[in-house]
Design a protein around this ligand. Structure first.
Ligand code: ADP
Ligand code: MG
Length: 355
């Protein structure tokens, strides 16, 4: 009897051993398969294009640690989040809430930081960049331009412009940092349209880098571009500057890092009696800024590039000032002036050759 029991036990041990070995082999095969599949998605560029924030956002990314597809989706998600949060004309956004309140509105840390940064840029660009032109932008119909038929828009009267100018300007933004709240004087409206794309680019870039610091590629939000990292880890990305009046490009730049943004009068505009009315407003006149067709700015980050391209456009008539002053603010500039002549800041040339 005892012997029988002994052999039973031996059988049991043998079966267990076989089972364990099979399980281990299966695990090994699965790991190898997973490694091959993940390995294949690494280093290969994944492209994802979505329409968000009123523009076409294209993410072109290759992960090193993470699958590229996940990185691209993270970037688009960030754009969606910020679009909902900072579209001033969308009921439910925090800016809508601030703009439609006759008293203080409590804001979160991100919003407070963004508004403070916007005021800082308004000051450093001598008011050319003005984050409180919402009333003027709405008056001209550029608040929901993409969904509106451009032919339905009209030129407001001088009386209307005067009236809305009185309810505009960044000096109307009152901030209470201690209690994290904001108040708009005289019924003025915040509109961060001149920097939110840059901010979304910067945030999306940082999110990607936080999970995969060796990721490379770029994010293109309607021509404003944030480089994630050099092409295949070593080479420059080649970016064309669009001809603002016609086909093709007017210049070519090469970037391995940083960002580039262009503000122009050729994407959101309407024409009446041969005059072009576009969406970048001169805060002094309450009318579309004149003197330049497009302004391109290369900077270390996408917020600076976006803000300075808008401000540079407003200051277009005074282009010599822009070319001298903007490099001090962190942007190298390329401008297509009214008539087609191109000018650039001294440091811009370094981006015109491949390094
Ligand atoms: P785009 O968004 O077409 O790339 P910009 O970056 O130049 O162009 O931003 C234009 C947007 O900025 C406008 O749609 C409006 O919301 C806002 N804006 C217009 N004029 C000004 C200005 N002088 N300062 C700051 N923002 C402005
Ligand atoms: Mg801009």
């Amino acid at each position: 009897m005892q012997q029988m029991r002994f052999s039973d036990r031996k059988d049991f041990l043998r079966t267990r051993k076989i089972l364990l070995i099979s399980a281990a082999s299966l695990l090994l095969v699965l790991s190898i398969l997973l490694y091959i599949v993940l390995g294949k998605t690494r280093g290969v560029y994944y492209e994802l294009t979505e329409f968000v924030m009123g523009t076409r956002v294209r993410v072109y990314v290759a992960g090193d640690k993470m699958p590229s597809k996940i990185l691209a989706q993270m970037a688009i998600e960030e754009f969606r989040r910020l679009d909902q949060k900072y579209d001033p004309y969308r009921p439910g956004s925090i800016l809508y809430k601030i703009n439609h309140s006759s008293t203080w509105t409590e804001v979160d840390e991100e919003t407070l930081g963004l508004i403070k940064a916007a005021i800082g840029f308004a000051k450093s660009t001598e008011g050319a960049f003005d984050p409180a032109l919402g009333r003027i932008i709405r008056l001209w119909g550029f608040d929901e331009f993409s969904s509106k038929n451009a032919s339905e828009l009209h030129v407001p009267s001088d009386y209307e412009i005067e009236r809305e100018l009185k309810r505009s300007g960044y000096d109307k933004i009152v901030i209470d940092s201690k209690n994290s709240r904001v108040y708009m004087k005289d019924g003025a409206w915040i509109d961060l349209g001149g920097m939110v794309k840059g901010y979304a680019l910067e945030r999306a870039y940082k999110k990607i880098k936080a999970v995969d610091k060796n990721a490379t590629g770029f994010i293109d939000a309607g021509g404003d571009i944030r480089i994630i990292g050099p092409k295949f880890g070593t080479s420059c990305w080649t970016i064309g500057i669009k001809n603002p009046r016609g086909e093709g490009i007017v210049d070519m730049i090469y970037l391995k890092e940083g960002a580039v943004a262009t503000s122009g009068d050729y994407e959101r505009y309407f024409i009446i009696d041969g005059v072009r009315y576009h969406h970048i407003m001169d805060p002094k006149t309450g009318k579309p800024a004149r003197g330049v067709w497009s302004v391109t700015v290369v900077a270390k980050d996408a917020v600076t590039a976006d803000v300075l391209s808008t401000a540079g456009f407003v200051l277009g008539k005074d282009y010599r000032f822009v070319l001298l002053k903007f490099p001090e603010l962190g942007g190298q500039v390329f401008m297509v002036l009214d008539g087609g002549k191109t000018v650039k800041s001294e440091g811009f040339s370094s981006f015109e050759k491949e390094k």
